[in-house]
Design a protein around this ligand. Structure first.
Ligand code: ZN
Length: 341
C-alpha cells in the first residue's frame, strides 16, 4: 500500500473581503511517496487564464525558422554515420536531427511536422504526436546500439517561449547520457528501494491503487492517466506506461497509446486557455525492468506567452531538477571580482 501523507500547515492571513479580519485558511503540504519531494496546495488562488492568449506576434513565420520545410534539410545536420547509418530519420512530416546545443552526451531535436510552423494545442493530433515520438524512439534505439554506455535516456519538450523554448516551431528533445538527470536518479532510487522492501513495482502499485481514487483520469490502451498526489507544477498530469521501462523499449503500440492520451491532455489544456507546456519522460537506466520501473510521461502547463519574454526555466529545471548553465561559476566569480577591486 502506497501511503499518501499531507500536513496541515494552518495558514493565518487577513481576509480582504472582510475588512482584513484575520482568518484560518486551509493550506496543506503534500509529500510525494516515492521521491519525498513536497509541494503546497493553496486555497483560493486560481492562476488559470480567463481568455485564450493572443499569439499572432510570435506565431507568424516571417523570420528565419530552421524547422520549416523550405530550409530544414539545408540548415540542419545529419547524424554521425556510425550511429545513424542513413544520417537522417524521418517519418511522414516528422524528423529528428542532432541538437546543435550540446546539453547531453547525445542531444537531439525532433520536429512533429516540418510543414506546420505553429500548432494550437488542439491541433496536436495523435498522428502528429505519434510520428514525432516514433522518430525519437528510432534515434534512441540507434544510440543504444552504437553507444551502449549512454544508458540514461529521456524525451522532453518545451512549447512556446514562456516554457523556456527558444524556437516557436513545435519540437521536442532527447538526451542520452552517461549520468542520469537529478529527478531521473531520484525516481529510480525510489523505485529500487520500494522494490527491495516489497518485491513489487511502485508504478504498477500506484496505478492499481489510484484507479479507485479521485485522481484517476482514464486509460488509452497501455497508458494509465492520472494526476500526481504531490505535483511539481500547474495542472500536472501523468501517463504511466505499462511494461516499458526505458525509452528505446517503447513499442509502436505504446507510442500509439501515448499519443492518443497526450492529444487529449493538450486538448484539455487548450480548452482552459493554456497554450504553453513542458513534458518529460525519463528512462530507468540499467536493470530498470528488474526493479519494476515504468516510463511515466509527465506534463504540466506554463504561463501563456507575453511579448518580449522568454522564460529561463525549461523542462530541465521544471521537470528534471537539473539546471542548465551557460556561464560557469568560475567565470561569474572572475567578472564579479572586478567590482570588488
Ligand atoms: Zn517553422
Amino acid at each position: 500500500m502506497i501511503e499518501f501523507s499531507e500536513i496541515n500547515l494552518e495558514a493565518r492571513a487577513p481576509d480582504v473581503t472582510d475588512g482584513g479580519r484575520w482568518k484560518s485558511i486551509p493550506l496543506v503540504q503534500r509529500i510525494d511517496p516515492l521521491t519525498l519531494k513536497t509541494c503546497r496546495i493553496l486555497t483560493g488562488v486560481k492562476l488559470q487564464p480567463e481568455k485564450p492568449p493572443v499569439l499572432t506576434d510570435i506565431v507568424e513565420a516571417d523570420g528565419f525558422c530552421p524547422f520549416c520545410e523550405n530550409v530544414f534539410e539545408r540548415v540542419t545536420f545529419a547524424f554521425e554515420s556510425d550511429v545513424v547509418p542513413t544520417g537522417r530519420i524521418r517519418k511522414n512530416r516528422a524528423a529528428v536531427v542532432p541538437n546543435i546545443m550540446a546539453y547531453s552526451g547525445y542531444s537531439s531535436v525532433g520536429i512533429y511536422d516540418t510543414s506546420r510552423h505553429f500548432l494550437t494545442l488542439d491541433q496536436f493530433t495523435p498522428e502528429i504526436l505519434s510520428d514525432a515520438f516514433s522518430v525519437m524512439v528510432e534515434h534512441a534505439m540507434a544510440v543504444k546500439a552504437a553507444r551502449p554506455d549512454l544508458v540514461w535516456s529521456s524525451i522532453s519538450a518545451n512549447y512556446l517561449p514562456s516554457s523556456g523554448s527558444s524556437v516557436v516551431h513545435p519540437h521536442l528533445q532527447s538526451s542520452h547520457d552517461l549520468q542520469p538527470m537529478q529527478y531521473q536518479k531520484e525516481l529510480v532510487e525510489g523505485a529500487k528501494a520500494y522494490h527491495k522492501s516489497s518485491s513489487r513495482s511502485y508504478f504498477d502499485d500506484l496505478v492499481s491503487q489510484e484507479k479507485n481514487s479521485s485522481r484517476y483520469i482514464g486509460t488509452t490502451g497501455s497508458v494509465t492517466w492520472l494526476t500526481p498526489f504531490a505535483p511539481r507544477g500547474f495542472q500536472e498530469i501523468w501517463g504511466v506506461i505499462a511494461n516499458a521501462s526505458d525509452i528505446a523499449e517503447l513499442s509502436q503500440r505504446n507510442i500509439t497509446d501515448l499519443s492518443d492520451g497526450v492529444a487529449r491532455v493538450l486538448a484539455y489544456y487548450g480548452a482552459y486557455n493554456f497554450s504553453a507546456f513542458n513534458y518529460s519522460v525519463v528512462g530507468g537506466g540499467p536493470g530498470s525492468l528488474d526493479i519494476g520501473f515504468r516510463l511515466v510521461f509527465r506534463i504540466l502547463v506554463r504561463s501563456n506567452p507575453d511579448k518580449y519574454y522568454r522564460s529561463d526555466v525549461t523542462y530541465f529545471e521544471r521537470l528534471l531538477d537539473e539546471p542548465l548553465l551557460d556561464v560557469s561559476p568560475e567565470e561569474v566569480a572572475k567578472a564579479v571580482a572586478e567590482f570588488f577591486n
